[in-house]
Design a binder for this molecule. Sequence first.
Ligand SMILES: C[S@@+](CC[C@H](N)C(=O)[O-])C[C@H]1O[C@@H](n2cnc3c(N)ncnc32)[C@H](O)[C@@H]1O
Length: 369
Amino acid sequence: MRERMVEIWRVLKPTGSMYLHCDWHAAHYLKAMLDEVCGAQHFQNEVIWHYRGGGVSPKRFGRRHDNIFFYTKGKTWIFNVDEIRTPYSQESLDRLKYTARSFRKTPAGEGKVYDNYEANPLGKHPDDVLDIQPTMPSSKERVGYPTQKPEKLLSVFIKASSNPGEIVLDPFAGCGTALTVAQKLKRQWVGIDISPTACDVMARQMARIGADIQIVGAPKTIDDLKRLKAGEFQNWVINRITGVQSNRMSGDMGIDGWTYLLHDPVQVKQSESVGRNVIDNFETAIARAKKKRGFVVAFSFTRGCYEEVARIKSEKLEIHLVKVEDLLARAEELYRIGLNPARKVEFEKLPKFDTTRRSVDELIASDRA
Ligand SMILES: C[S@@+](CC[C@H](N)C(=O)[O-])C[C@H]1O[C@@H](n2cnc3c(N)ncnc32)[C@H](O)[C@@H]1O
């Protein structure tokens, strides 16, 4: 995390702000690391995101908050407080109806100056505790990514710390909530995620809300796909046949996913020369699921495999053999399904890592200098 933070801090512009979201597991370690990398003098707030939810232990207080550390890089920064004011409580409004509530002496020492405590018509100055509900399973925002955050939460930070046209970077972007909010608030955005599954979800989500997207470093070749972790490969395949992942992980009675439109079972193999035995096992799995059709996806199939598929067909069971290379050709199409076909989606290769860049320790040393 530390080396990533060094890079994040390095690319932040002098008037920029940085928010790091975590929870009780690591908050204390991360705060110490951030003070080291960003400089404790640049710390502004620990914002608490407080939310409702079920599942409390009877033996301790309910764990109902996350921590967001807010740092600014330079001497001046943007804080658009009027964009994020919150409603006054009735109690505060009752108190604030008395406008002149305290006085102090004039600078010259004679007479009194009354301080004005009128309620701000735009709302109260926001506290460092935000009460915002998490994204509920039934929410329209929900895209099915397990750690998805609510747009309302991200909008507080993006509105406070940037202006339209400026750039928001989320280097752990998940399903792209920060990017979605940035797009809606007319900011420019860049998202990074180590998981191709997250990038798929993110790219689809951004295309859905009308953004032109450029995807850098997505798997583009058979070799790239062979190198993916098994779970990522499975998600990649299922996404390309517009399916949904099976609830259980691999090994779940031979079905890895379901096609979206027809709800047919899919078996994914990250291997070459898939043989007859795979078809036999899958045949049983399809029958158990009470289906008449299924898909097997792999890099290649043996002749025995094709023969077995032909034999099964005579038993009124259809198994389609899909080669990964055919799905690769559909990479761009994925983001256009149900979208404006004129939408721009560009694929770029990952740029070569610049080995002449300074090391983490050099960067920290230069930060301190
Ligand atoms: C908590 S999730 C982010 C959720 C996001 N805020 C949203 O609303 O969807 C963290 C993300 O960081 C990604 N991640 C983990 N390690 C990473 C790394 N080294 N570089 C980039 N992304 C990483 C994970 O794949 C995951 O999608």
